[in-house]
Design a protein around this ligand. Structure first.
Ligand code: NAP
Length: 455
């Protein structure tokens, strides 16, 4: 894929970029190695000052960053600005807490003194997606840099200006030259990077094929990886739920980011007793959404990020219909205007055992299923290869306890949509990946957990 900014709302190619040549990549890897040798000796308080400054820049320039995000991947501007603000939050969180999270941990043994020490690994490669082009990078970089690692970013090929802007933020915040570098390279160059001894570990957020490819390349070199992959999160509504609140949240949970979020609610699993009523409420909400120019303040739904994503989604909807699914609203791309626009879509009656029912729909398409009781709801929720998040709606304590205990996922949210919070771990199980970001768990992913024994 060429590295370029192509406005998803118009199809216009705004700017193209040359990929780095092998010699240029080597120079950057050398610089990362040299920078690490000095940077690892800096204090937590010094790193914290730089990261706090990055937070200040993000807040001061959030409108400009928001416009860049919207230009490159099409999310509504208000959401793009909020994304830049959230990046400031994760910077401050690790700036304030990293020293505690990584402090020596004394352990009583028969040594005179024994303890655990956390030390940085070196250059960590981050392969990142376009859907939250700032947030995904900052939630990797803030803990990694606070731990004393240096960062190398291979961003998605459709968000090069975001990638360069992020490097610039770290530079202007005061981090030493080479501590965070953007590499404008294609996906095919990632395996070579993993084979390079100057790269010590990697994290990837993206699709399953990309995750598998990175994991295989890393396994050959015995290098640690964290994978944050796809999901098809269930949104379970049981009889005792507050249906109006559930339908309003369901709409946000499905449509956020133009429907392109890994933790979006994608499969709506409804108790038969309330299914008609919930479907009606959800339909009203979908009908009220305003689709259009993502730069306008009242737009709810912008374009999908690329023509390829639009085609894939269109194909999946067609397959769902062939399998017996019925369209309640939407169901076709908005072909009469330029840009990658797909309307809010609701599909019912897809047979639960059909393979299409288990796929991730990366766009504004809701799949609705009906179940007899909570047993059937949990069974259907778990009957997919993914295990990222789940949202359960009930006002019955026993039901809530069962959802928490029995749903196979990295997160269960009761009477709330699934969301990331810097204070809580984020990640999946099954084919949604492994490892965790955010919270204390996130900063412990890329460190050497060193045992120290003194006699
Ligand atoms: P993608 O194609 O996998 O791209 C993600 C990143 O991986 C890009 O930088 C891409 O580079 C790179 N890449 C692609 N193929 C690769 C390969 N074979 N080897 C190494 N790198 C490779 O993913 P996407 O379609 O843009 O993103 C959507 C997916 O990401 C969805 O499944 C979504 O659920 C998942 N996602 C997960 C999370 C999470 O936290 N779990 C968050 C957001 C998104 P190029 O752009 O150059 O191809």
């Amino acid at each position: 894929m060429a590295i370029a900014t192509i406005n998803p709302a118009t199809g216009e190619t705004v700017k193209t970029f040359e990929t780095l040549k092998d010699g240029e990549i080597a120079t950057k890897l050398d610089l990362a190695g040299q920078a690490f040798e000095q940077y690892r000796k800096t204090s937590f308080s010094q790193r914290s000052l730089w990261l706090q400054q990055a937070a200040v820049i993000l807040e001061q320039e959030k409108v400009d960053f928001g416009k860049l995000i919207t230009l490159e991947m099409g999310k509504p501007l208000k959401a793009a600005i909020a994304e830049a603000e959230k990046c400031a939050t994760v910077c401050r969180y690790y700036a304030e807490n990293a020293a505690d999270f990584l402090a020596d941990v004394p352990v009583n043994t028969d040594a005179s003194h024994s303890f655990i020490r956390y030390q940085p690994l070196g250059a960590i490669l981050a392969v990142m997606p376009w859907n939250f082009p700032f947030w995904q990078v900052f939630r990797f970089a803030a803990p990694a840099l606070m731990a004393g690692n240096v960062g190398l970013l291979k961003h998605a090929s459709n968000v090069p200006q975001c990638a360069l802007a992020i490097e610039d933020i770290f530079t202007r915040a005061g981090f030493p030259h080479g501590v965070f570098q953007t590499l404008l390279i294609g996906a095919s160059q990632v395996a070579n990077l993993m084979a390079d001894e100057r790269v010590k570990a990697a994290t990837l957020t993206g699709s399953e094929p990309a995750g598998i490819s990175l994991a295989v390349a890393s396994a050959k070199q015995i290098k640690k990886t964290v994978l944050e992959l796809g999901g098809s999160d269930p949104f379970i509504v049981l009889e005792s739920a507050d249906l109006a609140a559930a339908a309003a949240t369901a709409t946000t949970a499905r449509m956020l980011n133009n429907g392109q979020s890994c933790i979006a609610a994608k499969r709506f699993i409804l108790a038969e007793a309330i299914a008609d009523q919930f479907q009606k409420l959800l339909l009203e909400k979908f009908q009220a959404l305003k689709i259009g120019d993502p730069l306008l303040p009242d737009t709810d739904l912008g374009p999908l990020a690329t023509p390829g994503i639009l085609q894939d989604l269109d194909q999946q909807v067609k397959t769902a219909v062939k399998s017996g699914g019925k369209i309640v609203i939407g169901g076709h791309p908005l072909g009469d205007i330029p840009g990658n626009f797909y309307p809010p879509t609701m599909i019912i009656d897809i047979p639960v055992d059909d393979p299409i029912a288990k796929e991730e729909f990366f766009g504004p398409v809701a799949l609705l299923f009906r179940v007899a009781d909570i047993d059937a709801a949990i069974k259907l929720a778990n009957d997919i290869p993914f295990g990222l998040g789940a949202s359960g709606w009930t006002n019955n304590k026993e039901e809530s306890d069962r959802l928490i205990a029995e749903i196979d996922a990295g997160a269960v949210f009761i009477n709330s949509m699934v969301k990331s919070d810097v204070r809580l771990p984020f990640g999946g199980i099954k084919r949604s990946g492994y490892g965790r970001e955010l919270s204390i768990q996130g900063i412990h992913e890329f460190v050497n957990v060193k045992t120290v024994w003194i006699k």
